[in-house]
Design a protein around this ligand. Structure first.
Ligand code: 4AD
Ligand code: MG
Length: 464
């Protein structure tokens, strides 16, 4: 019987010693002397490495010549209590097979630390670093926790389309999807591009949000969520924006703004708690390496109620703030991230949920407040991040909704399917969108959103 491969994670946790084991992974380093060589191996199952000890009498130097940084190896041996400090167990190697050598001179991940900027250029190899291994494992854990939370709370996962025929929500910042020739598209008689000859017989784009379709599903299934890629062609070259990012959008029939806030707060706190409980080693590494306040901040967000206030109240606070802002604040203007971060990091020192924004700066579908000036919007603002969630109670009244659409030049004929939910059995409902990468950014304590997705897309960059 051939020996089954064990992961490094399994071996490090094992109490079952003095047995034969097989481990496969990538060499992080090799060092030693003329009597013994230590081969340090990581296989991605954990941030930790296992040490294999190769005695020179069994492994003359030429048998180990390809066992260098970055090489893929299979090591067979006996799992024993470690003689050295720093690890509980190690492998006394009996066989070392090089599955794939790595040219030591050319290997881009050298022992000395490499900047995050440089690692972005070699994003195909950066998962092999401790930092990106940790980030990717945490990203996975958070994605799993999203599904677990909603499943436990009676929500159904709905797959909304990625190619969309309506550009209602994100007019002007969408990526076009077409099979027409770029340099010689077919023209209509008036000289404009004839999209009836395009693949779908009309103009189509990559979606900016699954919300509108999510609302349709919520008006049948009650509680739903989407979790998929979204695309925005806004030219925001910031540490908080990606052109391709993942969004989680729950939508709940019969919920109003208050319940929407309760859901957002409980959901975010559960996700942070899940990471604290399940990603301890990776978080400890990131806390040590990048941000000594990380764990304290995560516990604080998980355990303390968020501050809730209206946009109008926030504007009052900002106007009387001692701090000078680059952008002046006045009722009716959209808040900039400097304002959001002042409220969260300086004034309240905890996450903030801002509600009831002026209708002019929010989307057409948000429910109008009784004063006719504000809408039942809510943004959740996080320390170090700014806006992490945007959402609202939706306008369920057909007349009010179509009036808003006309005022905002949203073409109603494109959205008759959306309006049908307001014609047939309309009901209050509410939802929000959580930017998944902003969540991963918060939980990992990384400072640039390009470092929390495997292959980031941003202006002038679509490598890999
Ligand atoms: O506030 P947004 O634009 O809201 C919506 O799209 C609604 N349809 C959501 C809903 O009510 N169902 O985006 C939601 C969140 C933001 O709060 C932010 O976290 C994230 O998506 N986000 C981005 N993340 C990374 N890069 C970008 N360019 C982002 N734009 C928005
Ligand atoms: Mg928003």
């Amino acid at each position: 019987m051939s020996l089954k491969r064990s992961t490094v994670k399994e071996l490090l946790a094992s109490q079952d010693l003095d047995r034969e084991v097989l481990v496969k992974g990538w060499v992080r380093s090799r060092r030693g002397n003329k009597y013994v060589q230590f081969i340090i191996v990581n296989d991605g199952s954990t941030i930790h490495t296992i040490q294999a000890v190769a005695a020179a009498e069994n492994f003359p130097e030429e048998t180990l010549k390809d066992v260098g940084n970055g090489a893929a190896v299979a090591i067979r041996g006996t799992l024993v209590a470690s003689q050295g400090k720093g690890q509980a167990v190690e492998i006394q190697a009996t066989e070392v097979i090089v599955l794939g050598a790595a040219d030591a001179e050319a290997y881009p991940l050298q022992k000395k630390a490499t900047s995050l900027e440089h690692l972005r250029d070699i994003a195909h190899l950066r998962p092999r670093t401790n930092t990106f291994g940790a980030v990717l494992r945490i990203r996975h854990a958070l994605a799993f926790a999203v599904h677990q939370y909603f499943n436990d709370h009676g929500f159904y996962y709905v797959h909304t389309p990625i190619i969309t025929g309506s550009d209602a929500e994100g007019a002007g910042q969408m990526f076009r999807v077409t099979t027409l020739s770029a340099d010689k598209p077919p023209l209509a008689e008036d000289g404009s591009v004839d999209y009836t000859q395009d693949f779908f017989g009309k103009q189509t784009n990559l979606t900016v949000s699954g919300q509108l379709e999510g609302e349709l599903a919520a008006m049948a299934l009650g509680s739903i969520y989407t979790f998929g890629p979204t695309f925005r062609a806004e030219n925001s070259n910031t540490a908080r924006h990606l052109a391709e990012f993942w969004m989680i959008e729950p939508e709940v029939a019969f919920n109003e703004l208050e319940e929407n806030m309760d859901l957002a707060e409980d959901f975010l706190q559960s996700l942070v708690k899940y990471a604290l409980a399940n990603c301890a080693d990776d978080l400890a590494f990131l806390n040590e390496q990048y941000d000594k306040e990380l764990l304290a901040r995560l516990h604080s967000v998980a355990d303390n109620a968020f501050q809730r206030l209206t946009y109008t109240e926030a504007v009052e606070i900002l106007k009387s703030a001692k701090q000078k802002f680059e952008f002046p604040v006045d009722w009716g203007t959209d808040l900039q991230s400097e304002h959001e971060r002042y409220l969260v990091e300086k004034h309240f020192k905890k996450p903030v949920i801002l509600t009831n924004y002026p209708k002019e700066i929010k989307a057409f579908y948000m429910k109008l407040d009784d004063d006719g000036r504000t809408v039942r919007a809510m943004d959740v603002l996080f320390p170090g991040i700014g806006e992490i969630i945007g959402g609202s109670q939706r306008e369920e009244d057909y007349t009010k909704l179509t009036t808003r659409m006309a005022e905002m030049n949203v073409p109603a004929h494109d959205l008759d399917w959306y309006l049908d939910t307001r014609r047939f059995g309309t009901a209050p409902h509410a939802g929000f969108g959580l930017g998944f990468e902003r969540l991963v950014l918060f939980v990992t304590g990384m400072s640039n959103i390009r470092d929390v997705i495997p292959f980031p897309r941003y202006p002038k960059n679509a490598a890999f």
